[in-house]
Design a protein around this ligand. Structure first.
Ligand SMILES: *Cc1c(COP(=O)(O)O)cnc(C)c1O
Length: 378
């Protein structure tokens, strides 16, 4: 028997109540039964996003939601200011480029959060149609101060488009209050359903004016079409009805726990995880602006990050993520995203202690666990 512990920042684990929904008989996506599920998902997401805007779910991974945001808000030749602070935020630049927008990058050292003043300077120099930001940059485990960005984007008359895929339901996000025009999400992170659901949230007249004026090519991702269908609690094309039923269930779990409680739980787990790994003498990848749903840790000198990750999985069944691109083999990323609680942190920190010792980097057994416990039992 091999028990596994999924601690990757997408896909993230799914609660049993949600998994059971996926075992129900298939329903048709143009039926009253589906309409009720769709309406529940829209209402739950509005609650979690803090928005009264339009919620457009459709089949796809998170990148589909990102692409839909670019092709529905921009026209070829438009200027897009893109905060590039890791692999996922760089994807905004790649998508914008692929569809003919002019990208003005604001580059940030990996592991650091953007200085809003750098975005203000880019906007002053390059009048832009939109600013693309990332709530949680999963590759560097950095959290961005979206409220601060929103304050400076608003007077510049650009749209603020936020990738909230791995940040939603882990970190605070207040779409309407902060003034975020467009946000994208996906099911397989803090929303606790399997991969396959992409979500676009579009709020306010400014956002819809941009959508009306957008001249980028689109068909499947056409938000105007999606909005008409959403009016009847449907999607434009076949809905992933089973995933939507699962999401309705997980949103119900989140809202019954209370979004503030859910966010506090993530903050506590993140704090405990950081306390545990730093007590082992390990360095955090993002010490200044750490995310709430995932923690990045440098592998100690002489130890390969991928070997550490591989050993944790092979010997202990604990699956964490490694580093991507320039961070490949240098770090591990421990997710505490969605269906995560106290003993997930104890498990992860304990597995790191044992795996490091196995790999010849001796650490004091129990030291990281003890530091994590001190936070978790406080
Ligand atoms: C997971 C993730 C995505 C989307 O990735 P997909 O593989 O397309 O689902 C985008 N942005 C961030 C920040 C993510 O964590």
């Amino acid at each position: 028997m091999k028990k596994t512990y999924l601690m990757t920042p997408g896909p993230a684990p799914v609660p049993p109540e949600v998994a059971l929904k996926l075992a129900q008989p298939i329903i048709h996506h143009r039926s009253d039964e589906y309409h009720a599920i769709h309406a529940a998902v829209v209402s739950g997401l509005r609650n979690i996003l803090g928005s009264t805007g339009d919620i457009l779910p459709f089949p796809g991974s998170g990148t589909a939601a990102m692409e839909s945001a670019v092709v529905n808000t921009l026209s070829p030749g438009d200027t897009a200011v893109v905060i590039r602070c890791g692999k996922f935020s760089n994807r905004w630049a790649e998508i914008c480029g692929a569809f003919g927008a002019t990208v003005v990058p604001v580059d940030v050292e990996w592991g650091r959060a953007v200085d809003p003043a750098a975005v203000a300077a880019a906007l002053a120099k390059h009048p832009a149609a939109a600013v693309f930001a990332t709530l949680c940059e999963t590759s560097t485990t950095v959290k961005t101060d979206i409220a601060a960005l929103a304050r400076l984007v608003k007077p510049a008359d650009a749209l603020l488009v936020v990738d909230a895929i791995s940040g939603l339901a882990c970190s605070e996000f207040r779409m309407d209050k902060w003034g975020v025009d467009v946000a994208v999400a996906a099911g397989q992170k803090g929303l606790m359903v399997p991969t396959g659901l992409a979500i676009a949230a579009v709020s306010g007249a400014k956002a819809w004016r941009a959508v009306d004026q957008s001249r980028m090519p689109k068909y499947y991702f056409d938000w105007k079409r999606a909005r008409v269908s959403a009016g009847g609690n449907e999607t434009a094309w076949s809905a992933p009805a089973s995933l939507m039923a699962a999401l309705a269930q997980s949103l119900d779990l989140i809202l019954r726990e209370g979004i503030e409680t859910v966010l506090a739980r993530h903050a506590r787990l993140a704090h405990a995880c950081r306390a545990g790994v730093t007590a082992l003498g390990l360095r955090l990848l993002a010490p200044d602006a750490p995310a709430d749903g995932v923690t990045g840790v440098w592998a100690p000198p002489g130890i390969s990050g991928d070997a550490l990750k591989g050993h944790m999985a092979a010997k202990y069944g604990v699956h964490v993520a490694g580093g991507q691109e320039q961070l490949k083999d240098k770090i591990i990323r421990i997710a505490h995203m969605g269906y995560a609680d106290t003993f997930d942190i104890i498990t992860a920190v304990s597995a790191i202690e044992m795996a490091l010792t196995d790999l010849g980097h001796a650490v004091e057994r129990g030291r990281g666990v003890s530091a994590a416990e001190a936070v978790l039992s406080a």
